[in-house]
Write a protein of this length. Sequence first.
Length: 311
Amino acid sequence: MEQHNVVIIGSGPAGYTAAIYAARADLKPIMYVGLQPGGQLTTTTEVDNFPGYPQGVDGNAMMEDLKNQAERFGTDVRWGMISSVVFSDTPGGFHTLTVDEGMQIQAQSVIIATGATAKYLGLPSEEKFMGHGVSACAVCDGFFYKGQNVVIVGGGDTAAEEASYLAKLCPKVTMLVRKGELRASKAMQNRIMNTANIEVRWHTETVELLGDQGVEAVKVRNLQTGVEDVIEASGFFVAIGHKPNTDIFKGQLEMDEVGYLQIQLGSTKTRKPGVFAAGDVADKVYRQAISAAGTGCMAALDAERYLAEFH
Ligand code: NDP
């Protein structure tokens, strides 16, 4: 069986940054790119908020740059998905990873950078306008709707934060909440209620998105009265939660109730020796490419220090 210093699971900004650092430390990292090579950024168009790209950068192009940088220092980037893991409890012991339900490999340290997946409503029109008016990240895409009316779905902290972010850019933000209350924290609720250009529509669901090349309006229905209405908007933001990609770690690593990995404060360490987590898989608060890249760097440095004890 192959034995390695470090295997990185996932190929978003966290995974590639970990790979760059681990490769430059001569750890000869192996990366498995997973089901969505390049991660969530490959589903957006322009990335405008990653430092170092004054003109913005296409999400796919940026991930290709990160991949080339990781490979330049010797990262072995492999197609494939880690389908199961058996983590060792022994310090310095080898962890066993199964690739695509077949081949097994071992690594003394593992960096988990499997990310999270934004939840969508599942409407056909939502899929049709993905990247053309539909977004799951206001901080990433809100700027493209400056001066235009937008709609946001959800009543949690993410929706509330994103609505208040959008309200600074857009003349009118309509928030669609399916219940008669917000799940967001009291402080965020107050902010929403005290922002003049945010209108909350209670007991309201999305019927479909209307438009030709992109979103032009949102058809909604009041769940109590059944009355339908059309709201003119060119942006439709979905903020109904994320699902961290942690199913294969269940029972082996500590997670919160939603499945985000728990790491020790100020580090990327999980409770298993030599197993580190970086990026959105362990971060439900910030969820940005740059913060994921930062924790990817931390994970590689943590792995390097860990491995130094056993070599
Ligand atoms: P949440 O799960 O907290 O909220 C999801 C919201 O979306 C709820 O209002 C829910 O409605 C609604 N929703 C879910 N599915 C649908 C659907 N199909 N149609 C319409 N509405 C739907 O997710 P968040 O992403 O907001 O937050 C996740 C966690 O991260 C929370 O613990 C939150 O506190 C935390 N967080 C913290 C932040 C901070 O501290 N700054 C910032 C952002 C998030 P319903 O209430 O009816 O179920």
